[in-house]
Ligand binder design. Structure first.
Ligand code: URA
Length: 303
């Protein structure tokens, strides 16, 4: 039954892949790429209509039994699945694009996507501002160093933690202690290098005694982490633990309730999973955390 050679992509599949590529390049800071959206896709489709029609006529002639309808990427909201009964007709007018990648409902990040050098320079300026921040008197008194975040300014994936611990406070770098070592292993298990992703925290100063950050402290740091994420505008944000998940998604739900699905944050896809420090105390939860990461990797086409 199965052919050794994969059948050529049809017009809709090609357009879907081109749109996904355009989205990826735009996020990576390529300036001349039009931002793909449903209208741009429709316009692309009509521009290629004639060529595609000629192409599919030729391929129908070459393979008259190819009746298989193009498989939708996922159950897209409202996209008609098309009849599988009867002769192959026109493909659906709007292909089932990756629903959160090009969702008409996901609000895009404001403003243009900046080239990587500009992102890096804006992040550096923001880091200097954070280093001098005096908004939380107790945290300012207790901190050794602020911990701004680090990594690739054009990362596909951002890992979003809670706040610095003792090791991070000393070094000024996120996730370098025991929990950080586990996070690095999780990143590597995803087949990323730590330098390929971006890592940041909800609050930039260590809460004394490793307590959770207070709501007011999170509110004070919000403009910083929001700006970092807006500059990077990653495809995926992995929230590690309840503090980061609830802060980013403005939710009161537990990790157990938030995990296992994608949440939108502008047009990034957010997953919430267990914090590495929690996983160190509860190794049985590692399986669930790995399932969460795999959900992301599958969606990204990486596994
Ligand atoms: N825990 C966090 O949430 N962030 C760090 O940087 C280190 C530990």
């Amino acid at each position: 039954m199965s052919d050794k050679i994969s059948p050529p992509l049809d017009r809709d599949q090609l357009i879907m892949q081109a749109a996904a590529l355009a989205d990826h390049l735009a996020r990576a800071g390529v300036q001349w790429m039009p931002r793909p959206n449903a209208d741009a896709v429709e316009s692309l489709k009509s521009r290629f209509q004639t060529v595609a029609a000629a192409g599919s006529a030729a391929s129908r002639a070459a393979a008259p039994v190819a009746k298989t309808a193009p498989a939708p990427v996922a159950a897209s909201s409202g996209a008609p699945s098309g009849g599988s009964v009867g002769p192959a007709k026109q493909p659906p007018r709007r292909p089932a694009l990756n629903p959160t990648l090009l969702s008409d409902h996901a609000k895009p990040y404001p403003g243009p996507s900046l080239p990587v050098v500009e992102r890096e320079s804006e992040l550096a300026t923001l880091a200097t501002e954070v280093a001098g921040c005096q908004r939380c008197p107790q945290l300012v008194r207790c901190r050794t160093k602020t911990v701004f975040g680090e990594g690739n300014a054009a990362a596909r994936v951002v890992f979003f933690g809670e706040g610095p611990g003792a090791d991070e406070d000393r070094s000024g770098r996120p996730f370098v202690g025991k929990a950080g070592q586990l996070l690095t292993k999780m990143i590597q298990a995803c087949k990323f290098a730590r330098e390929e992703v971006y890592i940041l925290n909800t609050v930039k100063c260590r809460p004394p005694g490793n307590r959770n950050p207070e709501p007011e402290e999170i509110a004070n740091c919000r403009p910083y982490f929001e700006r970092q994420i807006e500059l990077i505008r990653p495809e995926y944000i992995v929230c590690l633990g309840a503090v980061s998940g609830q802060s980013l998604l403005d939710s009161k739900l537990s990790v157990g309730r938030l995990r296992g699905q994608f949440h939108p944050y502008f047009d990034s896809k957010v997953i919430v999973t267990y914090h590495p420090a929690y996983l160190l105390r509860n190794p049985a939860a590692k399986k669930a955390a790995w399932e969460d990461l795999q959900m992301m990797l599958r969606d990204a086409g990486l596994i």
